[in-house]
Design a protein around this ligand. Structure first.
Ligand code: G6P
Length: 473
């Protein structure tokens, strides 16, 4: 992507709708020879927010994913991109440190031990302030600002202080933890007060909103009434659930194209046309439960409930946060486990697990979803998990089976999945076998219901519900 660049000061006070997220919808990629290119950044936020952008004079403010980037505006077709530069120290303390080694594990049930460092917190505050100041400069009078996710929880209050005229919404894409965990955070009160700067605080699940309101009452001492917080100055803050979704029509259409159908057939052939193809697709993250899932599959092979002659698995693990220690450790553990399972149960030309440490474009993902009989999504904790919804959207023939963790937000909606406790390896093995052995009629009944749910609650619906509620505040 190449776009004309503007002077960073020439659009002050002009935008009436601003998305503020840690990442821009594009990543700046610097090659070894120094050449710069732009790549669409991962995640569903871009598709989610695009429709809202089209009907507004919108801007998207965020980091470009690399150190010391330019801060000039970039003109896109539907919106202006406003980059915030982070230097190497800030990336280490704000992004890898406080965001991804403190908040990320703490908010995901502390499945890895959260680290608390005061220097990381100081940088988190400083970077949040930079995001808030830049937003305050470019927002038009009375503009609407939508702040996203755990990296920017202080922005709402900082922004309100500078610009009380703004309408401010916040959406947390990851789980909001129960108070027993949240109270470990040495800066718990500052985070709650940061979020209270918004008019509307959105969560993936109703439980997240309830946790937040309870904590505000207990720890900040404000009066609360159901899902509304009453502040001493008379202002109110509303907390509610807005389960995020996918671009159902776009993906369903892509999955029906000849190219994707042909590629799906080819994938099955390349896998040796097994009777059953299992699939896992995740960012390589310890919250995703990849290790136990592969272990469960390995045990099914060991116990001869399955054999590589009739069931093999593809596991896609997209590289993620590779400089954070816990992610490096996880990668080594999974490498070892895959090696062991393939060594024990694979045959020449037929590994038990085809392990792909890589990311793929949308059409290749759609082909994998179409090619697979059983999709296994078993996070230990997950805000939503859009992969589960993407699989469903691609199963136009109402076949295929979804094995889904109870601890993913998606389980609230995809009730016809084969639901599992991802800590219960025997339970997971039983669910995988049930999915593999189910009759087509049974699978069709389940998939039809799930597809209807995702079709009726797509990402456009999500953004509209959030924006309509925010406007009414
Ligand atoms: C999760 C978070 C997002 C984040 C994404 C990718 O979905 O909720 O905020 O952008 O993971 O992680 P990364 O660290 O690469 O931005």
């Amino acid at each position: 992507m190449s776009a004309p660049q503007n002077d960073r000061n020439d659009q002050e006070g002009t935008f009436d709708f601003i998305v503020v997220a840690n990442r821009l919808p594009v990543d700046r990629v610097v090659a070894e020879d120094g050449e710069v290119s732009w790549r669409r950044s991962p995640g569903g936020l871009v598709t989610a927010v695009e429709p809202v952008m089209q009907s507004h004079d919108g801007a998207w403010l965020g980091w470009d994913g690399a150190p010391d980037g330019p801060e000039d505006h970039l003109d896109e077709s539907d919106m202006t991109l406003v980059p915030i530069a982070l230097d190497a120290d800030e990336i280490e303390r704000f992004y890898e440190g406080f965001s991804n080694a403190t908040l990320w594990p703490l908010y995901h049930d502390a499945v890895a031990k959260p680290e608390f460092h005061r220097e990381w917190w100081d940088t988190y505050v400083a970077v949040n302030r930079r995001f808030a100041e830049r937003t305050a400069r470019i927002a038009a009078e009375g503009a609407t600002v939508w702040v996203h996710d755990y990296q920017l929880q202080l922005v709402p209050a900082m922004l309100r202080e500078a610009r009380p005229d703004l309408k401010i919404g916040f959406f947390l894409h990851i789980p909001f933890p129960p108070s027993e965990l949240f109270v470990q955070l040495p800066w718990r009160r500052q985070i709650l007060e940061g979020l209270l700067g918004a008019d509307l605080v959105g969560f993936q699940r109703a439980g997240g909103a309830e946790n937040f309101v309870r904590l505000v009452r207990q720890r900040v001492g404000h009066r609360t009434q159901r899902d509304v917080v009453h502040l001493p100055d008379g202002r109110t803050v509303h907390a509610a659930a807005f389960p995020i979704s996918i671009d159902y029509e776009g993906l369903a259409e892509l999955s029906r194209t000849d190219e994707v159908s042909e590629r799906a057939t080819e994938i099955r052939e390349q896998m040796g046309n097994p009777a059953k193809l299992l699939l896992g697709v995740d960012r390589l993250d310890y919250t995703k439960g990849i290790y136990t899932r592969l272990k469960a599959f390995g045990e099914l092979l060991e116990e001869e409930e399955l054999s590589v002659e009739d069931a093999v698995m593809i596991q896609v693990a997209t590289p993620s946060r590779e400089r954070v220690d816990e992610y490096r450790r996880l990668r080594d553990e999974i490498d070892r486990l895959v090696g062991r399972i393939n060594g024990d149960y694979g045959r020449i030309g037929r590994p038990a697990i085809s392990y792909l440490h890589s990311s793929y474009p949308k059409d290749e993902m759609a082909a994998m979803f179409r090619a697979s009989d059983v999709m296994v999504v078993t996070p230990l904790r997950d805000g939503m998990n859009l992969v589960a919804k993407e699989y469903v959207a691609c199963r136009q023939d109402d076949d295929g089976a979804l094995v889904l963790s109870e601890f993913a937000g998606a389980a609230d909606e995809l009730k016809q999945a084969f639901l599992v406790n991802p800590y219960d390896i025997d339970g997971m093995k039983a669910a995988i076998l049930q999915a593999v052995r189910s009759q087509p009629r049974e699978l069709s009944r389940r998939m039809k219901a799930m597809r209807r749910t995702v079709r009726e609650h797509d990402v456009v619906d999500w953004a509209e519900r959030f924006m309509t509620t925010l406007r009414a505040e």
